[in-house]
Structures are given as C-alpha cells and as structure tokens.
Design a protein around this ligand. Structure first.
Ligand SMILES: [Zn+2]
Ligand SMILES: [Zn+2]
Length: 185
C-alpha cells in the first residue's frame, strides 16, 4: 500500500500543497533522486513548476523530517524518504548509482564518536565507494561467461579480416569488426 503523503505532511505540521505532495511522491518512488530529476517527474505530474519551487519543497520536507538529504562527494544532493534509521550508502564511482546498505549495528547513530565534543549526535554518515555490479561487468574483457584462459584465441582472426565477420570474433577487437576491411570480390 502506498504511503499516505497527505497524512504524513499533516502529522508533521507541514502545510499540504499539491507541489509538496508531488515532490514527496517522486522521491518516495525514486530513492536517492536528485532535485533536477525530481523536478522532471513532478512537471510530468502536475505541470509547470520551477526548479526553485522543487528545491523549496525538498527543503521543507527535509526540515520536517520526511526526507533525508545525502550528498556523496562530487554528486549533487540526493533525496530519499527512508528516514530515521541512519542507513548508509554504496556509491558507484563510475555511473554514480547509489543504493542503500543497512547500518552494521542497526540503530542510529551506529557510530559512537570517541569524543562527541559536546555535540548531540543524531546521524553518522558513511559512504562506501566502489563500482556497481553493472560497471564491474562492463569493464571485464571478455564477457564474464567466457573462460579467462581462452581470451587470446579470437585475436587470431585479426590476421584474417574475412573471419572477423563471424560471431566468434565478437569477444575482443570490436573496433576491428566495425572498421573497414577488404570487401569480397
Ligand atoms: Zn556503476
Ligand atoms: Zn538511502
């Protein structure tokens, strides 16, 4: 059952507007969305709305505790409606995809500072950086299903341009196939 966004806003004492509802719904359906992407979705739903209005709505919703803002280094701010559990994020260095990862301990804050300096800590932010499964798979040559030891075999075909047209040559040397080669008589 989808969350009742109108009730959520009322619960938090936030004035209910069509724009805020639409922004909240967009973020709820697309976790870790950027403000720009949220604006696109909201426009499709309720028509013209300025980017500034979307930012304003996001700010109100973050301040009201309905949304959480995260900002991985080098990325625009992203928003999600999974709040209050202090979960962390896996960030792909290549495509920027962000996914949730549960806190190792399970309650906020999951990191107890050795010295809180008198601060009342309510959040600990951890980002795990790396490459997502898709980007790892894409960087592999040849494709993961091929036995690694055989990857050199197709190179033979580079000496025989006619053979390059056979499917077996697609392991490597894609550029060779795409490029011009002697045509048949
Ligand atoms: Zn990726
Ligand atoms: Zn998240």
């Amino acid at each position: 059952m989808p969350p009742d966004h109108t009730a959520l806003l009322k619960e938090r004492g936030i004035q209910v507007t069509a724009q805020r509802i639409a922004v909240l719904r967009a973020v709820s359906r697309h976790p870790h969305i950027t403000a720009d992407a949220a604006a696109d979705i909201v426009r499709r739903e309720i028509g013209a709305i300025s980017l500034q209005s979307v930012y304003d709505a996001l700010n109100v919703l973050v301040t009201g505790g309905l949304l959480r803002r995260i900002q991985p280094a080098g990325s625009p701010a992203r928003f999600e409606d999974r709040v209050g559990d202090n979960h962390h994020h896996l960030v792909c260095r290549v495509c920027g995809r962000v996914v949730d990862v549960d806190c190792a301990v399970g309650s906020a804050p999951c990191l107890t500072a050795s010295d809180d300096g008198g601060y009342e800590i309510d959040e600990a932010e951890v980002a795990f950086w790396g490459r997502c499964p898709d980007c790892v798979a894409q960087s592999r040559q040849p494709s993961p299903s091929d036995p690694p030891l055989r990857r050199r075999a197709p190179r033979r075909t580079s000496a025989h341009p006619h053979d390059a047209a056979t499917p077996r040559a697609t392991n490597d040397d894609r550029g060779l196939i795409a490029g011009p080669h002697p045509s048949h008589p």
